[in-house]
Unconditional design. Sequence first.
Length: 301
Amino acid sequence: MQGRVAIVTGAGAGLGRAHAKYLARQGARVVLVDLGESAAAVADEIVRTGGEAVAHQASVTDEAQVQAVVEDTRRRWGRVDILVNNAGILRDKSFAKMSLDEFRLVLDVHLMGSVICSKAVWELMRRQNYGRIVMTSSSSGLYGNFGQANYGAAKMAVVGLMQTLALEGAKYDIRVNCLAPTAATGMTDSLLTPEAKRALVPEAVSPALLALVGEDAPTRAILCAGAGHYARAYVSLTAGRYIGAAPDAGQRVQSDWDAISERTGDSIPAAGSVQVDQQLAAASGAGAGADRRSGESVPIA
């Protein structure tokens, strides 16, 4: 990480603070972004311990503010190598009690904030033929969590964003991954027991970044981290069963549900179009991809 330039959003406290300090210890020059003034104190702490850091007070939902941060970083250090999309908020309520404004607000910060920040660095990373972007997902998005319909929707949405940006960035060595952390922060303080808080410190998550933003980083990975434990999550596709479109197709889907759901031999598609390959191959009775000789993409509904 020596000399790499990293932007970390939501860096004034919690996970963002731990991420920024960790990257600085690895030798990165760190740009800390936060809506409040707390990022400045974290940047000062990094500088006092021998690192290089600068803080910006900005909202990830404000395109002009984010672009100004990226431009200042480019002028200061010449490039942006790493973006960690970490900024977030909670507005937890059951779906029945949640207002649409509360739903939109959480999507704006988590999803559109990640979109805006990624878009701001994208062209620069393309020109320099190098970039590492981390989206912050969550088990609430991957698997659901009561009272977090807005948060879960946003956190699964950034997985879809990651999947496509990783494909589009591959030729420019832009690698995009997701981190699904579990940590005791201001956002989760009321949700955890004292014992859990002692184990789930933010500093036990940040080491995951080294694998996700280094020169030999993977791309399209979902890494779950918390309390010093690390695991991978996958979006996979079962082999399924060809049913056809006869009048009784719906009834056959019901009766063959277990076979359709069987995970033996499931796969992790290289792109969404693999689902189309599988379906067309089953329909034609030919080998996978026989109907796609040119390898062109097929739109996914």
